[in-house]
Each structure stands twice: as structure tokens, then as C-alpha cells.
Design a binder for this molecule. Structure first.
Ligand code: HEM
Length: 347
């Protein structure tokens, strides 16, 4: 069990034992052996050199890794990213309104984001961003295959997101299934990653002081609880050239989770101090990689920040905070790093 200081001393973060073991054994170290053929890296300079030495290969890309063995080309990935960006831009122009965001987070912001960005999409699309699909890839596969098989073209009067319209353009079943996978690959992160980020922010810092900017809160949350907490790169001759402790057969697990708390890089590394970001630059701070390396940073980050900020605006406007009775927030070891089941209430 590990604990970090939140802004509210009464609230603690309890990490899954394997994450906790990483902190206990390796915090402050640059390079360490994790398994027979896996080296962990958390030194800022070394992470920079390794990530600069080559681009991610097709299998390493989190969003656009191959779909059922078919490579996703740059043109295809750029096209779906443009479609989802259009949907996010349209969503951000909508008035804030008064949604009820009390209840169990991250589920509540997840559903809010789904409705805000993708609207009353037809069920075969809505189901693709359902939280239940996270349980097993088989569920995702069957939801996509059924959706692609049962496809009927809706009339022009049916409201669809720009992203869903990319699926309509597919002419064969195989193309449609491929397009639905891509729908899931980009619509999923909009809901899952942003919901994780704002839930973590609530746990670490709510209720937020008026003089703190959303940007500082988000940067500091991404430092202490980065939803994307590790970056894997498979064995590569370049890595051995950069550091001879990395063998030819070693994969490399880069750990922003650890570099984000390295005492050599941060003042009071375990404390939630959003105001530090009035002095620091999130784009260049050594070892700060919540969105990956600058050579190929996350393509979605320009959508993440305004969406998360919108939710924090609603939180502040409606006086929301974490239920004071909750004192321990659990971070499990699966996929995204997020505090599970946080009860949010009105103050
Ligand atoms: C809190 C939210 C998010 C975080 C923390 C995050 C983090 C990251 C990180 C660390 C990388 C680099 C991975 C690597 O180098 O191996 C990355 C890449 C990428 N991200 Fe994100 N991301 C977020 C949200 C999103 C969203 C919403 C989208 C799309 C709608 C997205 C799309 C991508 C894409 C396309 C890449 C490039 C690599 C690829 O092709 O998969 N991300 N992200």
C-alpha cells in the first residue's frame, strides 16, 4: 500500500501492490532490470535519448496498432483523427448547461463526454464506448462485428457524429468492421482517458481553490497520476548503443510514473502542488512525459485539455467535491492509471 499527499490531507491514494513495488524499489533510479528481458528506465535524459532514437513501430502505437492484422496507414489514422477533432470542436461550442455530475466517477464523466461529443448516436456506435467493453476484447470484437453486419444506412435526418459518418462510407463488411474498430480506437480514449484524468484531479485536489487555473490542476494531476503511466519499446540495436546495460534482447519499459516523482527533478515530488506549474513549462520539463515524447507526442492532447477543463469548470460552478467520508482511493493495475469508484457530491 502506498500513499501520496493530496491537497486534502484526509485523502490518500492506495496503489495496487505491483505499482507500489515499483515506487519502493526503483524511485530515483535511472535504469533497472525488471525481468530477464525487460529493462525499466526512469532517468529523464536516458528516456529522452531512447525515445528520440527511433519512432514507435506499428505494434507499439497505442491507438493505431494493427486491426485484426491489418496495418492502419498514416492517411487512415489522420482521417479518423480529423473526424473526431471536428466532433470535439463542435461539442466544445455547446453551452455548459447544468448536467448532474454527482455520483460514481469515472463513470459519470465518461457518460457525460460520450453524450457531449458523440450525441444521441445510434446504439451500434454508442455501445462501442461502453465501459463494459473494457472487460474483455471478445466483447469489443462481438459488438463491432454485430454492428458491422447489421448495418443499414440511416436516412439523412438521423443525427450522427462526423466520426460515425466515416463508417458509413465503407462499402464492404470488412471495410465497415475495420472502420468501426477505428471508431472505437478514437472514441474510446475521448471518454476513458479524459474521465480518468478528471477523476484523478478530483481525488487529488477538490474542492479547488478559485485562484488555481485548470491548466495547472491538469498538469499536476498528469504528473502524479498519469493515466498513461508507461511506454513500451521493444528491443532495438539503437538502445544498446545508447546504453550498454540494455542488452540486445531487452525490451524497454519507460516509466513516466517514476520520472514524474524523481526527487532530482521535482521539488516536494510526492505532493500535489498545482501552483508549481505557474513556473514550469509542461512542454519541456525534463522527465515529464504524460503525453509521450516530443518527437511523437499524443495526437489527442489538444482535445484532452479543453474537454477536461470543461468538466472542471462544471465542477467548480456546481460546487462539487469528493464525498468527505471517502478517505482511501484505490488505483488498480489495469490499463489506465485511475482512482476507482470515487463518489462525487455537492458541497
Ligand atoms: C488523458 C488523455 C491521454 C493521455 C494521457 C495520452 C497519452 C499518450 C501517450 C503517452 C502517447 C505516446 C505513446 C508512445 O509513444 O508509445 C500517446 C500517443 C497517442 N495518443 Fe494519446 N493520450 C490521451 C488521450 C488521447 C486521445 C483522446 C486520443 C484520440 C482521440 C489519443 C490518440 C493518440 C494517438 C493517435 C497517439 C499516437 C500513437 C498512435 O498512433 O497510437 N490520445 N498518447
Amino acid at each position: 500500500m502506498s500513499i501520496i499527499s493530496t491537497a486534502r490531507q484526509s485523502r490518500r491514494v492506495v496503489f495496487a501492490p505491483r505499482i507500489d513495488a515499483l515506487f519502493r524499489q526503483y524511485l530515483g533510479q535511472q535504469l533497472f532490470r525488471l525481468e530477464t528481458e525487460t529493462v525499466g528506465v526512469a532517468g529523464a535524459e536516458l528516456m529522452d535519448s531512447l525515445l528520440r532514437s527511433r519512432l514507435a513501430n506499428a505494434e507499439e502505437r497505442p491507438t493505431f496498432k494493427p486491426v485484426l492484422g491489418r496495418t492502419v496507414t498514416r492517411t487512415e489514422s489522420a482521417r479518423v483523427m480529423q473526424a473526431v477533432s471536428t466532433d470535439v470542436r463542435t461539442a466544445l461550442k455547446k453551452p455548459l448547461c447544468e448536467p448532474d455530475l454527482t455520483g460514481a466517477w469515472p463513470r459519470v464523466p465518461h457518460n457525460y463526454l460520450r453524450d457531449l461529443v458523440f450525441g444521441r448516436e445510434r446504439l451500434r456506435f454508442r455501445v462501442l464506448v461502453d465501459r463494459k467493453l473494457e472487460l474483455t476484447p471478445k466483447l469489443t470484437w462481438s459488438a463491432i462485428t454485430t454492428g458491422a453486419a447489421m448495418f443499414g444506412r440511416p436516412g439523412p435526418e438521423v443525427a450522427l457524429s462526423t466520426l460515425a459518418r466515416t463508417v458509413l462510407e465503407a462499402e464492404t463488411f470488412a471495410e465497415r468492421r475495420f472502420a468501426m474498430y477505428l471508431y472505437r480506437r478514437v472514441a474510446g480514449p475521448i471518454c476513458f482517458t479524459v474521465a480518468a484524468l478528471v477523476t484523478n484531479a478530483m481525488w487529488l485536489g477538490s474542492p479547488f481553490d478559485d485562484d488555481l487555473s485548470n491548466e495547472c490542476i491538469i498538469n499536476e494531476t498528469l504528473r502524479l497520476l498519469p493515466p498513461s503511466w508507461n511506454i513500451l519499446r521493444v528491443r532495438s540495436p539503437q538502445f544498446t548503443e545508447i546504453d550498454s546495460r540494455i542488452g540486445k534482447r531487452d525490451d524497454v519499459l519507460l516509466l513516466p510514473l517514476l520520472s514524474h516523482r524523481d526527487p532530482a527533478l521535482w521539488d516536494a515530488p510526492g505532493d500535489f502542488k498545482p501552483q508549481r506549474w505557474t513556473q514550469l513549462d509542461a512542454e519541456t520539463h525534463p522527465g515529464y512525459l504524460p503525453f509521450g515524447h516530443r518527437s511523437e507526442r499524443c495526437w489527442g492532447r489538444h482535445m484532452v485539455l479543453p474537454l477536461a477543463s470543461r468538466i472542471l469548470d462544471l465542477v467548480r460552478r456546481n460546487g462539487l467535491t469528493v464525498d468527505p467520508a471517502r478517505t482511501q482511493g484505490h488505483v488498480h493495475l489495469h490499463g489506465l492509471l485511475e482512482v476507482a469508484d470515487v463518489k462525487v457530491v455537492r458541497r
